[in-house]
Design a protein around this ligand. Structure first.
Ligand code: ZN
Length: 168
């Protein structure tokens, strides 16, 4: 069965759309003008959304925010993604919320900053940078491998197997 947002797409009630993205007014808005921008196809979380779709989501989100500023003369917009149930996502369809904001509207997205020892933060940053670099290398390997696959030679296959074994 299609999810609620897939049904919205099916009904064709989008207020704006791009090839891979659609925008709808939220049926239970947090503020007037609360809009959701979703990939037209069903993807549960950000990590599953293909880059091609995200390339439509970003400009559509920007356009919606701009129109809300102009039409509502709001004082700001919050662009919000609840990515995963642990982050408060309550739909199985990935979405970007665009929330027009006004002083005294009663919404709060603040948090209290936490403090950690500097040595721990430095260690964490280094570990994260290493992980990101490794991740980029794996992606680069995939790209190289995809190109080599096109050649379909015996030596290419051996190279791929060699590298795949190294990827966790
Ligand atoms: Zn869906």
């Amino acid at each position: 069965m299609a999810c609620f947002e897939c049904n919205l797409v099916e009904k064709g009630s989008a207020i704006a759309k791009e090839k891979h993205a659609s925008a709808f007014l939220h049926v239970l808005p947090a503020t007037i003008g609360h809009t959701i921008v979703i990939p037209t196809r069903h993807y549960p979380i950000l990590e599953g959304v293909p880059d091609e779709a995200f390339e439509n989501l970003a400009p559509l989100t920007k356009k919606i925010s701009q129109v809300l500023f102009d039409a509502l003369e709001c004082q700001g917009t919050n662009i919000l993604i609840n990515n995963g149930t642990g982050a408060g996502q309550d739909s199985s369809h990935f979405m970007i919320h665009v929330l027009p904001r006004r002083e005294g509207d009663g919404l709060h997205f603040g948090w209290r900053p936490q403090s950690f020892p500097e040595a721990y933060l430095n260690q964490f940053e280094e570990a994260l940078k290493t992980t990101l670099q490794e991740s980029a290398k794996v992606e680069q390997h995939h790209a190289v491998e995809a190109l080599k696959t096109l050649k379909e030679t015996e030596s290419t296959r051996t190279y791929q197997i060699h590298h795949l074994r190294r990827i966790p």
